[in-house]
Structure formats: C-alpha cells, structure tokens
Design a protein around this ligand. Structure first.
Ligand SMILES: NC(=O)c1ccc[n+]([C@@H]2O[C@H](COP(=O)([O-])OP(=O)(O)OC[C@H]3O[C@@H](n4cnc5c(N)ncnc54)[C@H](O)[C@@H]3O)[C@@H](O)[C@H]2O)c1
Length: 255
C-alpha cells in the first residue's frame, strides 16, 4: 500500500472486527495512527488486535452496536477521553440481509438494516462531529456501497440504507465545510470479505463467480484496494475532497 503518514492522528473505525474495518485498523496503525476500534462483536475485535499485533498502548477497543445511541456516545467519549482528540472517523460497520424481493422482505429485517446501515452512520457522525468542530477540522468517511448509487435487486433495504448514507454524507459535508471537516462516502462493489458469505450460500445463483462476472473488470474487489482508498480519502494531503461518493466498483456503475 502507498504510504500515508497518520502519526499524531487519532482514527476511529467502526466494524473493526472483520473485513474492511479489520484491515483498515492494521493499515492505519502501520501509518502511525492511534486507534479507537469498535464492533458489536467484542471477540472479533480482540481477534483484530491479536491477528495484526496491535498494541493496547495505541488502541482503545470497545464493543459498540452502532444502532444504539448510548453505545455510540459511550464509545466516542471513551476514545476522546483516552486520546484527547479525534482526527478521522471511518463509519464502516454494516450488515446485509437475506436476498428477497421487496414484497417478501419482512418489516423487522428492513428496520434492522436501516437501523445499522443508515441510523448507525447518523449516530456516529452526530457523536464525532462536535470534537472535530472543537479541534477545527477532521475527516469522516462513511462506507456506503455501489448499491447506494444503483438499485440492487433482492437487496431493497440495503440499497435504500446505502443511498441514505450518501444523502447524510453530502449534507454533513455542506454543513461542516466551513469548520474544516471533510465528509465523504466510499462505494465499493462486491469485495472479498465475510459479508458475501451468506449471499454466496443463499442458493440463488449468487456465487462469487457470478458476482465477479457482474463487474466489468471481471473480478471481486480486494479489501486492500478498499483500504487504500480509505487512507487516501482521509489523508490531510487530500484537503480538497469533500461531499463525494467515491466509487470503487471495477467499472460496474459505468454501464
Ligand atoms: N464486502 C463488500 O462486498 C462490500 C461492498 C460494498 C459495501 N460494503 C460495506 O462495507 C462495510 C464493511 O463490510 P465488510 O465487507 O467488511 O463486512 P464484514 O461482515 O466482514 O464486517 C462488518 C463488521 O461490522 C460489524 N457489525 C455489524 N453490525 C454491527 C453493528 N450494529 N454495530 C457495530 N458493528 C457491527 C460486524 O460484527 C463485522 O465485524 C459495510 O458497511 C458494508 O455494507 C461491503
């Protein structure tokens, strides 16, 4: 990965117990950041620390369900009281749902998806922004999806939530631009993380091979490619980038 220097910066990552969030934790640590890591699954979070040899001297690891306002507020507060600042926040935690046509999608699944994928991003930004305002700047990156730009058959709640994340992102970018805070969204297409497992196992022909075929480059995204974009988007060198939905989709949305 291209080197970016995050020394002296505090970086918060939600959903750091797996996939993009886990690899991002390792990459930002390598780049010198102090980390506030959270996940709803505390064991998975601990595995991130041990797998990547992250020292608790530079990491605060806290269980947090992003759909809970009190969990989110407690996590952000604990991070700020530990490190005294917050420079970058990657609001990455997210879930899929069973592949179902809209008329078959039950209300509880719809509500849970919106609660985690959309309200979670709102709650995180609401808790993170005041510290960044107080410091006079910061960068937020919300993980949306190519399903936040395009319809996603059989994934109505997910697509709606991820479209909503882009609306929240653009609005926050405009509201906080004068405070020196940049807010962007990242829109990956299918990438090789555990979130794809239930889709691939759903028996609806959604194999990893078929997902790859839907991508013009003919392959899935690699988590390292997504994390590289996180490092780039949040870097202080990238000070003119705000309000954007940054798309990493192997060309999917070009057609
Ligand atoms: N992998 C892909 O193909 C892909 C494509 C587009 C967007 N995304 C998005 O990227 C983000 C990361 O996904 P991933 O692929 O790394 O998936 P993943 O399943 O590997 O990791 C997601 C992590 O989020 C955590 N999480 C789930 N619900 C949570 C909650 N309520 N509170 C806190 N943590 C919670 C999980 O425990 C898990 O550790 C998600 O927002 C996802 O929608 C992924």
């Amino acid at each position: 990965m291209t080197h970016h220097d995050y020394s002296g910066q505090v970086v918060l990552i939600t959903g750091a117990g797996s996939g993009f969030g886990r690899l991002a934790a390792a990459a930002f640590a390598d780049a010198g950041a102090e980390l506030i890591l959270s996940d709803q699954n505390p064991d998975a979070l601990q595995d991130t620390l041990s797998l990547h040899g992250l020292s608790e001297d530079h990491v605060l690891a806290q269980r947090c369900d992003v759909s809970s306002a009190s969990d989110v507020e407690a996590m952000v507060e604990a991070g700020i009281s530990r490190f005294g600042r917050l420079d970058v926040a990657i609001n990455n935690a997210g879930i899929g749902h069973e592949l179902k046509r809209l008329t078959d999608l039950d209300e509880a699944a719809f509500d849970r998806n919106i609660a985690v994928n959309l309200k979670g991003v709102f709650l995180c930004m609401r808790a993170e922004l005041p510290q960044m305002v107080a410091q006079g700047g910061g960068a937020i990156l919300n993980v949306s999806s190519v399903a936040g730009l395009l319809g996603a058959p059989m994934m109505a709640a997910y697509s709606a939530a991820k479209h909503g994340v882009i609306g929240l992102t653009k609005t926050a970018a405009l509201e906080y631009a004068k405070k020196g805070i940049r807010v962007n969204a990242l829109c990956p297409a299918f990438s090789r993380t555990p979130i794809l497992d239930p889709l691939a196992q759903s028996g609806r022909g959604n194999t990893l091979e078929n997902m790859a075929r839907a991508i013009p480059l003919g392959r899935l995204g690699e988590p390292a490619e997504i994390v590289q974009a996180m490092l780039w988007a949040c870097s202080r060198d990238n000070g003119f980038l705000t309000g954007q939905a940054i798309t990493l989709d192997g060309g999917m949305s070009a057609g």
